[in-house]
Design a protein around this ligand. Structure first.
Ligand SMILES: Nc1ncnc2c1ncn2[C@@H]1O[C@H](COP(=O)(O)OP(=O)(O)OP(=O)(O)O)[C@@H](O)[C@H]1O
Ligand SMILES: [Mg+2]
Length: 380
């Protein structure tokens, strides 16, 4: 069936990428999400206890029914406040990580089908759809978001799920470092809300060079970058020391015995792949996720990769000579959303979606770990 006969005459699908920190939402076929909103819901318990900042993370839940209620509340906000269309009989594209917990997937499907009556859900895996934005078939996709950094190689349009690697090396770890450091410098804890710490990070911190980071680690003296003053609550000012600005992101490159920093997990993932895949993966690295947008990350990561390659862990096993990074056409925090938007505008949305009728018969969801299914998604 030609594309113009089928998909374009239909109402465009709604594309959702629900991250732990931010949800990206919009319509299939569009180049940018309509909105990027915090993945938060009203914290009813805190509100009834009289607390003011009564918001909580969507994916923080005590039990399954709480998760379901939070998802319903959050989806209501999405449909009726942001995309402003009725979800009834709409197609929905969900961009999700291969590591998304089953409990969340199942409750999201239940909420969309049973509460909002959507006609179908098209599940697409984050790491795979990123390749559609670059029109390549092979890449090593590194997603550095809020909770963790997840590496999944994709080869000839198939995810090499056996070679995935993940470590909690992302925004949350950086926020923790900034908070502890500022509190140790005498800043009141109450001032350092999640929002303020994130703002301080985005506005003032950056990734330093490997040479300077080594000097800092070895306690050598070096001239740090200037400190900045961060105004808060009108008249108060927080002083952000230059050393913190420069080294806050060093938590992504810990030099400890575990040997599981960002460079290590990338090299481990390449090492888990067969020999003939390794060179091409090393030369097709794609960095996605909000934390990959920080100044200096790609350059530092490249230096770390070369330096780590020389260590005894990889010296005699991994013989790659160069690392190259792709430059996706969008900002890194919504590259995966754009991939979902591209997939959602093709015929695949008709043939590969999970329809409401099929879901009502048996509540089985597509499984990306299944090789046949992943191949199917990739080739169409
Ligand atoms: N320019 C920037 N510099 C540094 N950090 C940034 C920048 N832009 C966004 N971020 C950070 O990226 C993080 C969010 O990234 P992203 O939207 O990829 O996370 P997520 O998808 O919600 O999380 P996860 O993938 O772990 O579920 C935030 O913590 C934000 O502070
Ligand atoms: Mg994410």
């Amino acid at each position: 069936m030609p594309l113009f006969d089928s998909v374009l005459q239909e109402k465009p699908a709604i594309v959702l990428e629900m991250g732990y920190a931010f949800t990206k939402l919009g319509f299939a076929g569009e180049p940018n999400p309509r909105s990027i909103i915090p993945s938060e819901v009203l914290d009813h318990k805190a509100k009834s206890a009289g607390k003011t900042a009564a918001n909580k993370k969507l994916f923080d839940f005590a039990n399954e029914s709480e998760l379901y209620d939070q998802l319903v509340e959050f989806l209501k906000t999405i449909f009726f406040k942001y995309v402003l269309v009725s979800p009834k009989e709409r197609k929905v594209v969900i961009v999700e990580s291969v590591l998304c917990p089953t409990q969340i997937r199942e409750n999201l499907a239940k909420a969309l089908f049973c509460h909002f009556d959507v006609s179908s859900i098209f599940y697409v895996p984050t790491h795979l759809v990123v390749l559609a934005t670059l029109a390549v078939e092979t890449a090593l996709v590194v997603d550095i978001g809020y909770k963790e950094a997840i590496v999944v190689p994709v080869y000839s349009g198939v995810q090499a799920v056996f070679a995935w690697e993940a470590q909690p090396l992302a925004a949350e770890a950086v926020h923790e470092r900034i908070r502890t450091d500022l509190v140790a410098n005498g800043v009141a804890k109450e001032l350092l809300t999640d929002f303020i710490v994130e703002d301080i990070k985005v506005r003032t911190c950056f990734v330093t060079t490997r040479e300077r980071a080594l000097k800092w680690q070895h306690g050598e003296t070096f001239q740090a970058c200037p400190e900045v003053e961060y105004p808060i609550k009108g008249d108060e000012v927080i002083k952000i020391p230059g050393i913190l600005r420069e080294t806050a992101f060093e938590v992504l490159f810990p030099d400890d015995n575990d040997r599981l920093n960002l460079a290590n997990i990338i090299l481990n993932s390449i090492l888990k792949c067969p020999k003939d895949m390794r060179k091409v993966l090393a030369e097709n690295i794609v960095l996605i996720g909000g934390s990959a947008m920080v100044l200096g990350l790609a350059a530092r990561l490249k230096n770390e990769l070369f330096a780590t390659l020389e260590s005894d862990l990889y010296k005699d096993k991994l013989f790659v000579k160069s690392f190259k990074f792709h430059k996706p056409p969008t900002k890194a925090n919504f590259t995966a959303w754009l991939g979902g938007s591209i997939y959602g505008a093709t015929d695949l949305v008709l043939s590969k979606s999970l329809a409401r009728e099929a879901y009502s018969k048996n509540q089985q969801l597509p499984d990306f770990i299944n090789y046949e299914e992943t191949r199917f998604y990739a080739r169409g």
